[in-house]
Design a protein around this ligand. Structure first.
Ligand code: SAM
Ligand code: SF4
Length: 476
């Protein structure tokens, strides 16, 4: 399974495997990295160039603590320069844990007989969605095991149900999906339901490791999964999310492969993936993996910084798998989206706040940050971040918003920041306790003043007043 760029035309590369392990190892083993090269590469990224595999290897091979700090500093500067202080919030909603696959890292795998299997009924899905709306959420990611019951029609139907739920002033405005790969027709059916991003993680791009941890079911087929988001693109879903599950194989290989995956999309479809996820393996019921590639906190922060610099216009997602102190660090180094108020128990949101002692027979894996959405909002506001529930681009048909944020001068200040502030105002009006509300409005007024050069701030102030007066869903 080798990728020969010189032999295939771009058209031929569609839906073809594109990872060449020799090529990747060659870059890792033979790319020199010194101070000057690291500076040049960081500068290239700050000049808004997506890094090549060779340049990414320069950063990976920089192990001197001083250079590692410079890489982190570069990532921080890039994040501040390009994305500003906005952090987009979402919640995962598990729709069903039936699964015919046997992934050795996952609590839902078919051989785990102790897992309570459940697929939310229509009413349960409505209840869960209502509970999430009542927390203040506007964006969900629906998550499914891989099972014949979770067909494309089933997924489309669940998306439709979620979009129809309205409660008080709230509603879900963007539904993303994390589910098994489909064929082109299946992806079309799901696209027609009006989804946002379709996420599929390769888990590991290293084929022999992939074979060792995927012991049953359709997911055993490495190529079917590797080319899945190509099929999504062919079906018209140009908003896709890639990811690797860190801890299965050497993190350096996975980072290089993620960058290779991005290159592939850019070369073939002219658009990179919308988001990258980099979950680290967490404890799960009967977790059964070798522990020699687990990623330390230090390596994790490093790899997030390298990814930020390597693919500067891709959204980066961090989930409640990571504890607060790691979240706080990587928010500075590049993460643009986090979940809040997460509860992985099927049907768990409508039962109230997540418990400290998770029952792993009901959940895919352990989470390490079970703060409520409001606790997270509070913290973000106090730290000066602008929490955002904005879904404007998606609803105006402006797909590839991260790319636009990155490449269209002034886009963030004209659209993203004002829209983030308007969605924050909605949250403060509808869901926030008094203290959060007070701090939130202080932040809004301060940020509006800072936007004065770039945005018609009077219009923005007026819209904030309209939100206070009861209007909802206002955006630029
Ligand atoms: N069943 C679909 C699939 O496998 O693509 C849906 C996604 S699965 C429910 C979501 C993701 O959770 C997986 O792609 C995997 O990366 C991650 N995951 C599974 N087990 C995990 C664990 N023990 N710790 C952290 N993440 C895990
Ligand atoms: Fe099933 Fe996905 Fe878990 Fe694998 S990771 S066992 S496919 S739910």
């Amino acid at each position: 399974m080798i990728y020969y760029p010189e032999k295939y035309s771009i058209r031929d590369q569609r839906m073809k495997p594109f990872i060449d392990p020799d090529e990747i190892w060659n870059f890792i083993k033979n790319t020199p990295s010194d101070k000057q090269r690291v500076h040049e590469v960081i500068q290239a990224s700050l000049d808004k160039k997506r890094l090549s595999l060779e340049e990414t290897a320069v950063l990976i091979n920089a192990t001197d603590p001083e250079l590692v700090e410079e890489i982190k500093e570069g990532a921080r500067t890039l994040k501040e320069k390009v994305y500003g202080e906005r952090i987009v919030l979402f919640a995962p909603l598990y729709v069903g844990d039936l699964c015919t696959n046997n992934c050795q890292y996952c609590g839902f795998r078919s051989e785990n007989k102790g897992v309570k299997r459940l697929t939310l009924s229509r009413d349960q899905l409505i209840q869960e969605t209502t509970a999430l709306i009542d927390q203040g959420h506007k964006r969900l990611i629906l998550v499914y095991g891989e099972h014949p019951k979770y067909s494309a029609d089933f997924i489309a139907e669940t998306v439709n149900i979620v979009y129809k739920v309205k409660h008080d002033n709230g509603e879900i405005r963007r539904v993303n999906i994390n589910a098994a790969p489909f064929d082109i027709q299946g992806f079309r059916t799901i696209k027609d339901a009006g989804i946002g991003t379709f996420q599929i993680f390769q888990e590991t791009y290293h084929e022999p490791t992939y074979a060792k941890v995927h012991l049953g079911g359709v997911k055993r087929n490495y190529d079917w999964r590797l080319t899945s988001l190509d099929r999504a693109q062919e079906a018209g879903i140009d908003d896709v999310g890639i990811g690797a599950l860190f801890g299965l194989y050497d993190w350096r290989f996975e980072v290089m492969s993620l960058v290779r995956h991005v290159n592939h999309f850019e070369a073939v479809y002219n658009v990179g993936p919308h988001t990258i996820s980099f979950p680290r393996i967490q404890n799960a019921m009967s977790l059964n993996i070798q522990k020699n590639h687990l990623v330390s906190d230090e390596e994790f922060v490093r790899l997030v910084s390298i990814l930020r610099l390597a693919v500067p216009y891709t959204g980066m997602i961090l989930t409640a798998r990571e504890p607060k102190h790691i979240r706080d660090q990587v928010l500075r180094f590049g993460v643009s989206q986090i979940d809040g108020g997460t509860n992985l128990e099927l049907g768990g949101y409508s039962k109230g706040p997540a418990k400290d002692d998770q029952d792993l027979s009901m959940e895919q894996f352990q989470i390490n940050d079970n703060r409520s959405l409001n606790e997270i909002m509070d913290e973000l506001i106090k730290t000066g971040y602008i929490p955002s529930f904005c879904t404007a681009c998606y609803r105006l048909g402006r797909t590839g918003e991260h790319f636009m944020e990155f490449s269209v001068p002034g886009f963030i200040k004209r659209f993203c920041s004002p829209n983030a502030l308007l969605t924050l105002a909605e949250y403060l009006e509808d869901y926030a306790p008094a203290e959060t509300k007070e701090n939130g409005y202080k932040l809004i007024h301060q940020k509006i003043d800072e936007l004065a050069e770039h945005q018609k701030v009077e219009q923005l102030r007026e819209k904030v007043e309209q939100v206070k007066g009861g209007k909802r869903d206002l955006y630029f």
